[in-house]
Design a protein around this ligand. Structure first.
Ligand SMILES: [Zn+2]
Length: 97
């Protein structure tokens, strides 16, 4: 389970406890009943408290609603392809044809 934050324009922020990954984009405000939009923050997971875990969950959740989109072609010609022998030192010791 995780706590998800929502913000009502009139009543401010409130939290909803739901299973991980099931938070809707908006829920009804418990005070006035109007739609409250989700606020992205570090999820409060019960099974852990490490910042790295929070950051990973936050990043994964955010990509569901705000995916990073490539807007340009990567620059060409700057990098040479890496050969397998360079990545694996053991292959460099093998005899060459
Ligand atoms: Zn409200």
């Amino acid at each position: 389970m995780a706590l998800y934050e929502y913000r009502c324009d009139q009543d401010g922020e409130f939290e909803v406890n739901r299973p991980l990954g099931t938070a809707p984009e908006s829920v009804a405000c418990p005070v006035c009943g109007t739609e409250a939009r989700r606020v992205f923050s570090v999820a409060m997971v019960r099974c852990g408290s490490r910042p790295a875990v929070f950051a990973a969950i936050e990043r994964a959740e955010k990509t569901r609603y705000e995916p990073q989109v490539v807007t340009s072609v990567p620059s060409a010609g700057a990098k040479r392809p890496v050969r397998m022998a360079q990545m694996t030192p053991a292959l460099a010791r093998l005899p060459r044809p």
